[in-house]
Design a protein around this ligand. Structure first.
Ligand code: S3P
Ligand code: PEP
Length: 493
């Protein structure tokens, strides 16, 4: 099938003054759909995302509700959350299911989740490579135990998948997290949404407990997507005088990616709360200097931003301070490979020890994105365009997402003369040869975030081609239309 390219340009002198209505969060939507399905009609959902990942999961759940025996094979395409959440959910249904996905999905590890479900009593087998989809799931889980351990440093989606089925299991769930927890705000989002659906939990040190209990009737309202908002922050950081209103976004959100507010303050974007959402404004260089945001300050301010100002983020929802960030590594896996017998892809080394070292030794110019990996491409490309030699940690899990995002960033940033250097879990931008050619073609690697993170470069590159523009469907189908609303020219080729 021929891929459609977008040819982007940004007329010189355009001042951006736009209102952009973002679609709902795909993370919240996909949790809401699973919770609604588990609640058997007690929970209703409002403002579902238009994201293809959500549309796909919704269709699958509707087919399952109609006739589980006719629903298989179930194909989630590129949707990581759908793959992981359904693996747990299907284990609780009656029937036998084949769960598969795109070529890339078959390279994204699922072994830790499958092993945790095996411990609970599920019957799951690998249909191709050990440790990877496709899976055969024989439902009707007969629970062997409530106690399960799982490494937290590979994907938080495994934990969310288990937590969502916890209250439906006859013995409940006691989930012990070993190793560092990556993408922690997504686990908190899961627990918060379960709470909104009447499901209580406790989180003490590294153990989250959910008793067997019933959902209570209610409605989950999905907020607009903060990850999608990040591309507008990047644009505001690169276009002097830009003003972008994002209605309905909440300053304090269930979404950890709302941290873009603090991170981008350091790159020159101010966020103001309005009656119906937030307003982004680019701060001029002189304002940045007046606010003390010189090059050095940009770096330390960005670091400070990596500890959220969201009060909900600093303690368990039961008010218990958890110490996951400091607990020791219990299951060091020196090989750094969790794949089965035929490993397809190395997952980030079980790197807690090394990363702890980095954190201990770090000067304050390192931005840690472990809590918000989906912001990495946006921030790194934006910083590169600004010529800022920033340092980052917490990027290890990028290697097992829609593509190896570290490699993809390295390849595409090279086209503007920028290097992203990797050394012992620290990633450094070297912008000393930054230049903007007349025409650049950006490859997307089947990754929506590659397309959206690089699109703002059209502010500097007269003809920017984005290969395979349809990739944005995964999370933000209206992205190109919204760019046009803001004054960008988008020609489809
Ligand atoms: O739970 C979720 O909704 C998500 C968790 C994150 O994945 P990891 O936990 O694998 O980092 C994130 O990258 C993904 O886009 C959505
Ligand atoms: C990593 C992502 O999604 P998923 O893991 O759900 O495929 C993403 O949206 O950036």
């Amino acid at each position: 099938m021929n891929k459609q390219q977008a040819l982007l340009s940004f007329p010189k002198g355009t001042i951006i003054n736009a209102t952009i209505r973002l679609t709902g969060s795909k993370s919240e939507s996909n949790r809401a759909l699973i919770i609604a399905a588990l609640s058997k009609g007690l929970i209703e959902v409002d403002n579902l995302s238009d994201a293809a990942d959500t549309v796909t999961l919704n269709e699958i759940l509707q087919r399952l509700a109609k006739d589980p025996s006719a629903a298989s094979p179930i194909d989630v395409g590129h949707a990581g959350t759908a793959m992981r959440f359904l693996t747990a959910y299907l284990s609780t249904l009656d029937g036998t299911f084949e769960l598969t996905g795109s070529k890339r999905m078959k390279e994204r590890p699922i072994k830790l989740l499958v092993e945790a479900l095996w411990t609970l009593g599920a019957t799951i087998s690998y249909l191709e490579e050990n440790g990877y989809p496709p899976l055969q799931i024989k439902g009707g889980l007969k629970q062997a135990t409530d106690a399960v351990q799982i490494r937290g440093d590979v994907s938080s989606q495994y934990l969310s998948a288990l937590l969502m089925i916890g209250s439906s299991l006859e013995k409940g769930l006691s989930l012990q997290i070993i190793d560092d927890l990556t993408s922690e705000p997504y686990v908190r989002m899961t627990l918060k949404m379960l709470e909104e659906a009447g499901i209580k939990h406790t989180w003490t040190q590294n153990v989250i407990k959910i008793e067997h209990q019933d959902f209570s009737a209610g409605r989950l309202v999905v907020e607009p997507d903060w990850s999608a908002a990040s591309y507008w922050y990047s644009i505001a950081a690169l276009v002097p005088g830009a003003q972008i209103a994002l209605p309905n976004l909440k300053e304090y959100s269930l979404q950890g990616d709302s941290r873009i507010q603090q991170l981008m303050l350091a790159l020159g974007v101010k966020t103001t709360r309005t009656d119906d959402g937030v307003l982004l404004q680019s701060i001029s260089t002189s304002e940045q200097h007046a606010a003390g945001l010189g090059a050095q300050e940009v770096q330390s301010s960005a670091t400070a931003a990596s500890s959220s100002n969201d009060p909900a983020a600093s303690s368990g929802s039961n008010g218990t301070q958890n110490d996951l960030s400091t607990h020791t590594n219990l299951l060091e896996d020196e090989s750094g490979i969790i794949a089965g017998e035929a490993p397809i892809m190395e997952i980030p080394a079980s790197s807690s020890l090394h990363q702890d070292q980095v954190h201990r030794n770090q000067d304050d110019s390192i931005i840690d994105l472990k809590d918000c990996p989906d912001l990495a491409q946006t921030i790194i490309v934006c910083a590169a365009a600004r010529g800022l030699n920033l340092k980052f940690t917490g990027l290890e899990t990028l290697k097992i997402k829609e593509t190896n995002r570290v490699k993809a960033l390295q390849n595409e940033l090279a086209k503007i003369g920028v290097e992203l250097l990797e050394d012992n879990f620290v990633y450094t931008l070297n912008c000393s040869n930054l230049h903007f050619p007349e025409r650049v073609n950006i490859k997307t690697y089947d990754d929506h975030r590659m397309a959206m993170a690089f699109a703002p470069l059209s502010i500097f590159i007269p003809q920017l081609e984005i290969e395979d523009m349809d990739v944005v469907e995964k999370s933000y189908p209206d992205f190109w239309k919204d760019l046009q609303t803001a004054g960008f020219e988008v020609v489809t080729k």
